[in-house]
Write a protein that binds this ligand. Structure first.
Ligand code: SF4
Length: 215
């Protein structure tokens, strides 16, 4: 496979054909922030937090480094004032959905993002697609997918498949940058449970789920 040289943050980097900018940067220890990227999965480019400035063939453009291929002679900047502003707004938008997500809180600190800038819509999902793609591409189970479109788009376990496959797997849970996936799975389990399992235990007359201790 042919090799070529590009420049990232002023450093000469030798990359192989087919490498993305994120991969080329990583090979020399330059960290570009990512949320939807995973080494085992096909590049996706959903969160755009990896946006960098790339100059090639006389054109300077903003590109998603996790999907954009490294090119011979390309000059890449991963940390500029312009990029910091873009990442700040992206983090603020995602925090409207998942204000307490640890990875977002770290990025918010790094870029000075205001977690309360946008009206809260706590879906707890930033649609990075890691769970869906991991299940499809690595596990080949298709136990989770997207439902709806546009602003109503969300992920959902497919109860029939998830009920059989997920219990002994759970491999996608730690990939979730908002840690919400486990809760979604538990919810699906509860919804899929037969009525006698879901009903309150004997001894409680109300509709809560305690075992008779709520008074
Ligand atoms: S836990 Fe379920 S949804 Fe997640 S990877 Fe495993 S089979 Fe797929």
């Amino acid at each position: 496979m042919s090799e070529f040289v590009l420049q990232i943050d002023g450093k000469e980097v030798t990359a192989r054909e087919g490498m993305t900018i994120v991969e080329a940067a990583k090979s020399v220890g330059i960290r570009i922030p990512t949320l939807c990227h995973h080494d085992q999965l096909e590049p996706y480019g959903a969160c755009r937090i990896c946006t960098v400035e790339a100059e090639a063939n006389g054109r300077n453009q903003l590109v998603a480094a996790c999907v954009y291929p490294a090119e011979k002679g390309m000059v890449v900047q991963t940390r500029t004032e312009k990029l910091a502003k873009i990442r700040k707004v992206l983090v603020e938008q995602m925090m409207a959905h998942a204000p307490d997500a640890p990875q977002l809180l770290e990025l918010a600190e790094e870029y000075g993002a205001d977690r309360d800038r946008f009206e809260k819509d706590p879906s707890f999902c930033i649609l990075c697609g890691l769970c869906v793609r991991y299940c499809n591409e690595v596990k080949k189970k298709n136990a989770i997918g997207y439902i709806d479109r546009g602003p109503r788009r969300e992920i959902s376990f497919i109860p029939d498949v998830a009920g059989k496959e997920c219990w002994d797997c759970k491999e996608c849970f730690p990939l979730c940058p908002t840690s919400a996936l486990q809760a979604a799975y538990v919810l699906t389990e509860a919804l899929a449970a037969p009525p006698e399992e879901a009903a309150p235990e004997a001894g409680c007359a109300c509709s809560c789920s305690c075992s008779g201790s709520c008074g």
